[in-house]
Design a protein around this ligand. Structure first.
Ligand code: SDX
Length: 391
């Protein structure tokens, strides 16, 4: 080995870059996008305003916002040939698999994205505009329903909801409570500095791979149950606890004996937050508000609160500073909005897209070198080849 290497599994103590996009303080439970607190943004901004802020660094003026929104509006249609790829998937294909594949395929439909990167702003608009459209295809097909086309007279989130839930046989009316809840959730998921999927987007992009391939890699990384896939795991865990008589203590004990049970409390713990995840606080409050406004009574919400209460008073969790994270309550809201469990991580991807784009753009603008970590070699020392007849 030339020189020496510091081993840091999972990059727990490695700073991979300098970034001016998102600031988070794990001890204090602080999260800010370009200096604005998520509490402020979640209650006062639209998701597209926050997307513009993350990607271009400033909150848009009225004119910039109108141009941005209208550009997105005019690119929500997906090339009809993409349906041929989509139709090749088995009907029960996980929506994250479909999403990552179709986003990757976009680089074939926009080849200037890999010949010197073309007009990056155009590809940014295409990603923001088409991801929601593509995301709804899996859901509609899983029901045997026709997919819906985007409508240019609808705003971003109502357009997504309409594509998700409209049927040719009846008019679909967007409930403002649902649209507002989704606006908050997408804003809270929009960026989170150098998490696993964002680091993946940066690493792939650092080889000068095109933006569609880089974002597609990020979607794949997000799918993992330890990362964005946790929001689906949380609801499945809460359903198991409910089916098991609601005995949260039993699951707390299973988690405490993780070495033998291999069980983890999904939605708990975080690499950086050693205090409450500020997003979880907002989502927990929103869960109560939204379910009340929609008149939804979901027994797993009470089970979630009981589990949180038990964990926060248990030394095992307190010593390890394990608190509910962004994924713990989000699924309860998605479910109340009518979004199926296997689409929860797709919702996370739609929210995280502007963050991935902003980080990829910054990496390129900062001319970051290609990512190439080293290792500590633990394999065999030099040895002679043994011919097959002698083995
Ligand atoms: C997201 O990085 C980001 O910012 C991600 C994210 C984003 O916005 O991009 O915030 C989104 O991915 C949130 C996290 C969603 N994942 C989950 O909810 C899955 C459950 N959580 C864990 O797997 C875990 O907490 C991680 C993956 C989130 C963090 O893992 P770390 O930092 O590597 O911590 P660790 O696995 O080393 O755990 C430290 C200790 C261990 O115990 P000991 O070996 O010290 O005895 O805490 C225990 C772990 O066993 N532990 C848990 C636990 N999480 C950690 N025990 C029970 N239940 C859990 N959930």
């Amino acid at each position: 080995q030339t020189g020496y290497v510091t081993l840091d599994r999972g990059y727990k103590n490695t700073g991979a870059t300098q970034s001016g996009i998102t600031f988070l303080d794990g001890e204090e439970g602080i999260l800010r996008y370009r200096g604005y607190s998520i509490e402020d943004l979640a209650s006062k901004a639209t998701f597209l305003e926050v997307s513009y802020l993350l990607i271009y660094g400033e909150l848009p003026t009225a004119e910039q916002y109108e141009t941005f929104v209208n550009s997105i509006r005019r690119h929500t249609l997906v090339n009809e040939d993409m349906r041929k790829i989509f139709d090749g998937f088995p009907v029960n294909a996980h929506p994250m698999c479909v999403l990552a594949s179709l986003v990757s395929a976009m680089s074939a439909f926009y080849p200037d994205s890999h010949e010197g990167n073309g007009n990056t702003d155009q590809h940014i608009i295409r990603l923001l505009a088409k991801l929601p459209t593509i995301a709804t295809w899996s859901y509609k097909r899983s029901l045997g329903h026709p997919t819906n086309y985007p409508k240019n007279n609808l705003d971003y989130i109502p357009n997504f909801l309409n594509m998700m839930f409209a049927l040719p046989v009846e008019e679909y009316k967007v409930d403002p409570v649902v649209a507002e809840a989704l606006n908050v959730l997408l804003i809270l998921h929009a960026d989170h500095e150098q998490n696993c999927s964002t680091s993946t987007v940066r690493l792939v992009g650092s080889s000068q791979a095109n933006i569609y391939s880089s974002i597609s890699a990020g979607i794949q990384a997000l799918w993992g149950p330890l990362h964005g896939g946790a929001n689906q795991e949380v609801i499945e865990m809460l359903e198991d606890i409910k089916a098991d008589g609601g005995d949260v203590g039993k699951y707390i004990d299973m988690a405490k004996n993780a070495k033998t049970t291999g069980f983890r409390l999904f939605g708990f713990g975080h690499r950086v937050y050693k205090n409450f995840d500020p997003r979880a606080k907002i989502i927990k409050k929103a869960a109560d508000d939204v379910l009340n406004k929609l008149g939804v009574n979901d027994p797993v919400l009470e089970i979630a609160k009981g589990l949180e209460e038990a964990a926060l008073n248990d030394p095992y969790f307190v010593q390890r500073k394990l608190y509910p994270n962004v994924d713990f309550y989000s699924g309860i809201i998605y479910r109340a909005l009518g979004i199926p469990t296997n689409m929860f991580t797709v919702m996370f991807a739609i929210g995280r897209l502007p963050g991935w784009i902003a980080q990829w753009k910054e990496m390129r603008e900062q001319k970051e070198p290609i990512g190439r970590p080293r290792q500590i070699y633990t394999g065999a020392t030099l040895r002679e080849f043994v011919p097959l007849e002698n083995r």
